[in-house]
Design a protein around this ligand. Structure first.
Ligand SMILES: Nc1ncnc2c1ncn2[C@@H]1O[C@H](COP(=O)(O)OP(=O)(O)OP(=O)(O)O)[C@@H](O)[C@H]1O
Ligand SMILES: [Mg+2]
Length: 267
């Protein structure tokens, strides 16, 4: 896959839908490089629907509206098939909604080109996928270092950053292993390292502790908590009720709808 150069996006002109005042037009390069308006939500879904064609079609998201502010840490819970991964993919602009709007830092993603969205993901979003595939032929340090390809860093810098984040997930002694030499839980930790290597503003994690024992799960959640304390926005899909209950906010999804939005501290 070839990655477009950053200047490809500089000519894009897009519209910022401000929560206050009238929308104003800005250049894409400003959005990518400048600090976002702190009052804009990190991610906002407005009446988002996602259906997959078929007979009958599958309605994976059914009119979801939710606002996640910058710096929040949120759990997403719900039964298997309820739409959690779909919602995360739509939040991360990997999937387009069938109807409704997705705003990233106040900007309606529908006005952005696919190249621009890819650049936003490459620079600002860290995605931990539920099904994660590593490139088989290269050591895990390079699988992780590839997460920096958008940043124009030279290979030694990319590897140094990969080394540091692999140490943070407890894989400092496995960096030169190939993917087929890792356990399932270690592979899951590589997925987390890959998502974090470019120090993303948003981390969208789909079952990041799904295959892990409780001690390793706790260390991954500690890592997310420390990223949260650095001001990053974190959304974690989890089936683990203990993990969900420990986070400041829980979104409960049922049949593609946002059933409950719970903030235990503010009750
Ligand atoms: N590409 C697709 N084509 C058709 N249907 C799909 C597609 N992706 C997901 N679905 C369906 O959409 C619904 C929501 O799927 P989703 O993956 O979002 O669920 P989930 O809540 O993440 O489940 P799990 O906890 O099992 O991961 C499911 O019924 C699923 O079968
Ligand atoms: Mg899922």
């Amino acid at each position: 896959m070839s990655l477009p150069a950053s200047q490809d996006f500089d000519a894009d002109v897009l519209e910022r839908s401000s929560t206050r005042g009238r929308p104003r037009r800005i250049r894409a390069s400003q959005h990518l490089l400048a600090a976002p308006d702190p009052s804009a939500p990190a991610i906002e879904l407005r009446d988002v629907t996602k259906s997959y064609p078929g007979s009958p079609p599958v309605v994976a998201l059914d009119g979801v509206s939710v606002r996640i502010d910058q710096g929040e840490m949120v759990a997403v819970v719900g039964q298997s098939g309820s739409g959690k991964s779909t919602m995360l993919h739509v939040m991360g602009t990997l999937d387009k909604p069938t109807s409704g709007s997705v705003l990233i830092e106040g900007i309606d993603s529908s006005v952005l080109s696919d190249d621009h969205l890819a650049a936003v993901r490459g620079r600002r979003v860290g995605f931990v996928f539920q099904r994660f595939f590593l490139l088989a032929g290269i050591p895990i340090i390079d699988n992780v270092a590839n997460g920096l390809l958008y940043h124009g860093a030279a290979r030694p810098q990319r590897r140094a950053a990969a080394e540091s984040v692999l140490e943070r997930v407890g894989l400092g002694d496995r960096m030169w292993h190939r993917p087929n030499e890792l356990s399932g839980g270690e592979t899951q930790r590589v997925a987390v390292a890959r998502a974090l290597v470019h120090e993303p503003a948003f981390v969208l994690a789909d079952e990041p502790t799904g295959n892990l024992d409780s001690a390793t799960s706790a260390s991954i959640m500690d890592l997310f908590a420390s990223l949260h304390s650095e001001g990053r926005t974190i959304v974690v899909v989890t089936h683990n009720e203990e993990i969900a209950a420990a986070l400041p906010r829980q979104l409960q999804i049922l049949d593609g709808r946002l059933e409950r939005d719970v903030r235990p501290d503010s009750r």
